[in-house]
Design a protein around this ligand. Structure first.
Ligand SMILES: [Zn+2]
Length: 238
């Protein structure tokens, strides 16, 4: 087998493993992010319910203060009327106005109270959702963190290994490999099956197939990848 091919095949296997690791890392990171997002979302939901409750309480307080003020005003008018102070007509007008306004504020305060029940239920639901999201993160988070560390460690180790393998290649092979690796979706090598390149389905001429079997380095005319035989890959990994 061509000595370059003998170094390129393990490098390609290494790059495949690195690609898998990258996918797995992305997958784990997505799961970690989803756990965090669920907590953040539940926190926001709870905060919104609490803000709404505070708003309703403040509004209700405003109405009760106003009710107290109007009741005092109405009492004043009533006692003036009872004791015959001032104009009876003016006192009656004031009582009527107070009654009407009291009615409005009492209705509004009641509505606030009803809304507070609803928002209170929403707050309870949000608290439960937050507790659930936090429990899930507490249960799954450490495992995912450990998995992420393990994958990232392997990735770092393989990157070092890859670096030294790439540097060990002759400069022109190095350049071609790196170029193919970036331009051909991470696969610089393709296996020849029958008479075709498995990466691009290009039919490889007999002469080139023969060269490959003779152990020479052969490039696919279709995609530019280096070709190898399954038996060569097996010989390298064995
Ligand atoms: Zn090809």
């Amino acid at each position: 087998m061509d000595p370059y091919l003998a170094s390129l095949l393990p490098l390609a296997t290494l790059d495949d493993r690195l690609a898998t690791l990258k996918d797995q890392l992305r997958h784990v990171a997505r799961k970690q992010a989803a756990l965090d997002a669920a907590c953040t979302e539940a926190q926001a939901r709870l905060a919104a319910a609490e803000a709404r409750l505070a708003e309703l309480r403040a509004d209700e307080r405003k109405h009760t203060d106003e009710i107290r003020r109007l009741e005092a005003l109405r009492d004043q008018a009533r006692s003036a009327l009872a004791q015959g102070f001032g104009s009876a007509e003016a006192a009656e007008r004031q009582i009527a106005r107070c009654d009407a306004l009291l009615d409005e504020h009492e209705t509004a305060a009641l509505e606030d109270m009803e809304a507070r029940d609803e928002v209170g239920a929403e707050r309870t639901a949000a608290q439960a959702a937050l507790a659930e999201a936090e429990a899930r993160r507490a249960a799954d988070g450490p495992g995912l963190d450990a998995q992420h560390t393990r994958l990232a460690d392997e990735q770092a180790r393989l990157e070092v290994d890859r670096g030294s393998r790439v540097r060990a290649l002759p400069r022109e092979v190095q350049g071609t490999y790196t170029g193919l690796h970036t331009q051909r979706g991470g696969t610089a090598l393709a296996v020849l099956e029958g008479d075709a390149c498995t990466a691009c389905r290009h039919v490889v001429p007999y002469q080139l197939r023969n060269d490959l079997k003779q152990g020479r380095l052969v490039t696919c005319d279709g995609c530019g990848r280096w070709l190898f035989l399954r038996s060569q890959a097996e010989a390298v990994t064995a």
